[in-house]
Ligand binder design. Structure first.
Ligand SMILES: OC[C@H]1O[C@H](O[C@H]2O[C@H](CO)[C@@H](O)[C@H](O)[C@H]2O)[C@H](O)[C@@H](O)[C@@H]1O
Length: 629
């Protein structure tokens, strides 16, 4: 962790006096298998190996003794500038010192597909042309003057519990390996700097002069690391081009807000676990929703809801291959015969039993740190609608429904029909008493409505007619029990609380956007469920969600409000809110789950798919109105 926070010196750890890095100041790296967070101070404070949901090897974001990997000038802790190389996931940090300037570039390396002689042990989807190389590469270039530069690599395996032992290899002073008892991970550090081994730390200190270049590669797989700068540089360039080519597949409007759309698309792709097609909800666990509070969860899993909504966002930008992979992931799971869970491990694991890590202090002393997620065994009745809607969207455009998917889908429609009258934990996964959540019932309507449309698309007319009738019955039930005296959709049957999940009603076309119930609901949420214009999920004092403490505004809900305001014709309000939300992005245009409406600080796991997918939908809504379409 940085000793000085860059733009936000917030919560101070009582035990250490060290300031936490503002969550949204982290840079996000991904190779489609694992992810990393890099602080403004040049420290990799979060990386889990070999998968993004494995135990961390760098865990300083949750406790400064849990491992970090820093490259920076010896005497400066705040960089001059940071950016992604345009259209890529290559992070560039520029450092100005009293004596000169260096530029550090960080990347998780992707190279050409390399399983030619033997099958991959992890990939289940159709092979692509590219593959993660399992290398975290950091390059340094001195562009003027001279700069004393330090590298400190201190991994601690198993979330900071297993200290490593370093050993040199035959590449004298230029390569060393790190292992820890009880851990399968072997790390190899290769560099053209001279490494010293000090306990659990591999370090280098060197004076770089104008024109000097250096690299450091940390690798953990079978692919050989670069042995010289030229090789390192060409791998960085290959990876940069890979991201740019991927991005070029999308359709982005020629608009000042384009970069937010592009960063969101890259982030969603970066949260995708390429071997299976699963999309993780976020790259982290237990970044807190309230500083010092207990609302800390593990998001490194794939929720059907989050992932299918993400595909919705990607689809609007022209990306559809990711959907094919994700549907195949779902098909693998569904064909095993068990009921569809609301979430899975990114490798398809069903058991995500939750436990806490009590040895870590947590981000800004926010405890507990949770691994696993107890919500995985919940009944959340929106899940069938989320899946059906996503498949419908993709099938409608292609005018084709994959034969493998149909039996799975019809099973989900029947599940919605069987359970829609029962209470559930809802889209917000409350851990209090089950309720008749109105938004869950709306999503059951979505499941049956889309099921009917898909059935008709493939000529199953009898089923289509039956489901159309059933969908209408659900709709009438909602309108009879889930609307208050003001004509506003309520959080649950018989309870007049507001809930931002009802902003989905116009977005999923439950009722036409000019219907009085939709207009009243959107305006009530805009006026009564906001703090400084930012939307809360619900009022914590009105909702038994099973936790204590406040939470910030939920950014997905604020972006949903932008889309919903657009839908009901409140274009000026929609645009103003959208502009405000974009102005609250992190310096690298990334978002966590929540924003504290009083301070603008980002809270919760990071970067979060939910926020980025809703951003895409909101921005496209606003831009399409500007275009007059
Ligand atoms: O509010 C309590 C719940 O918070 C988390 O769930 C939230 O994040 C999920 C992943 O993005 C999202 O699908 C869900 O709609 C959100 O409410 C947490 O994962 C739950 O365990 C927790 O009960």
């Amino acid at each position: 962790m940085d000793v000085e926070g860059a733009t936000w010196p917030p919560a101070e750890s009582a035990s250490s006096g060290v300031k936490a890095v503002p969550i949204a100041d982290y840079g996000f790296l991904s190779d489609g298998e694992t992810t990393a967070l890099v602080s403004p101070g040049g420290s990799v404070d979060w990386m889990c190996l070999p998968r993004l949901d494995s135990a961390s090897v760098f865990g300083a974001a949750l406790g400064r003794h849990a491992g970090s990997f820093r490259i920076a000038p010896s005497d400066v802790s705040v960089p001059a500038a940071r950016r992604y190389l345009p259209g890529t996931m290559v992070l560039e940090t520029s450092w100005g010192t009293a004596t000169g300037w260096i530029i550090v570039r960080d990347v998780l390396v992707i190279g050409p597909w390399r399983h030619e002689q033997e099958f991959s042990h992890t990939h289940r989807r159709t092979p692509t042309d590219y593959d993660a190389e399992h290398i975290l590469l950091r390059t340094i270039r001195c562009v003027s003057g001279e700069v004393q530069t330090v590298m400190e690599c201190e991994p601690v395996m198993d979330y900071g519990r297993k200290f490593v032992r370093w050993n040199y290899t035959d590449h004298v002073y230029h390569q060393a390996t790190a292992t820890a008892e009880g851990s399968d991970i072997e790390l190899t550090l290769t560099t053209d700097m001279r490494i010293g081994l000090e306990g659990g730390q591999a370090t280098a200190r060197t004076m770089l002069r104008q024109g000097d270049v250096r690299y450091v590669a940390l690798s953990w797989g079978s692919k050989a690391p670069p042995l010289d700068y030229a090789d390192a540089y060409s791998r960085l360039v290959w990876t940069a081009h890979h991201w740019q080519h991927w991005l070029a597949r999308g359709r982005f409007p020629d608009h000042p807000w384009r970069s937010y759309l592009q960063r969101s698309a890259l982030t969603l792709k970066g949260l995708t676990y390429a071997p299976t097609g699963a999309i993780a909800a976020a790259a982290t666990t237990s970044l807190p929703e309230t500083l010092g509070g207990e609302r800390n969860y593990d998001y490194r899993y794939t929720w059907i809801r989050d992932a299918t909504f993400a595909l919705w966002g990607m689809y609007s930008l022209g990306f559809d291959w990711e959907a094919v992979d994700f549907f195949s992931f779902i098909a693998d799971l569904a064909e095993s015969g068990d009921e569809l869970q609301i979430m899975y491990g990114i490798g398809g694991e069903r058991d995500l039993a939750e436990y806490t890590l009590d040895h870590l202090p947590g981000y800004a002393n926010s405890r507990p740190i949770r691994i696993g997620n107890a919500a995985s065994t919940q009944h959340q009745h929106d899940v069938w609608g989320a899946l059906l809607d996503s498949v419908y969207l993709h099938s409608k455009a292609a005018d084709h429904l994959d034969g493998r998917i149909w039996p799975i889908l019809s099973k989900q429609v029947n599940a919605a029909l069987k359970h829609w009258q029962e209470p559930d934990a809802g889209i917000w996964e409350v851990r209090g008493e089950l309720q008749h959540f109105t938004s869950s019932k709306i999503m059951c309507w979505v499941a049956v409505d889309r099921g009917a449309k898909l059935a008709s698309m493939i000529g199953q007319e009898a089923e289509a007619a039956q489901w159309e009738l059933a969908a209408e019955e659900i709709k009438q039930d909602i309108l009879s029990h889930g609307v208050d005296d003001r004509g506003v959709l309520t959080q649950s049957y018989g309870n007049s609380a507001l809930d931002a999940s009802l902003l989905l009603a116009p977005l999923v076309r439950f009722l036409p956007a000019d219907h009085p119930v939709i207009r009243a609901t959107v305006l009530a949420i805009a006026d009564e469920l906001t703090v400084d214009g930012l939307v809360l999920r619900y009022r914590v004092e009105q909702t038994d969600d099973g936790f204590t403490g406040e939470e910030g505004s939920f950014t997905i809900c604020s972006f949903w409000l932008v889309s919903a305001l657009s839908e009901i014709g409140e274009h000026t309000r929609a645009r103003e809110l959208c502009a405000k939300l974009l102005s609250l992005a992190g310096p690298l245009e990334l978002y966590a789950e929540e924003i504290d409406p009083h301070t603008g600080h980002h809270l919760g796991n990071f970067p979060q798919a939910f926020t980025h997918l809703a951003l895409i939908n909101a921005v496209l809504h606003v831009i399409s109105h500007e275009d007059g379409s």
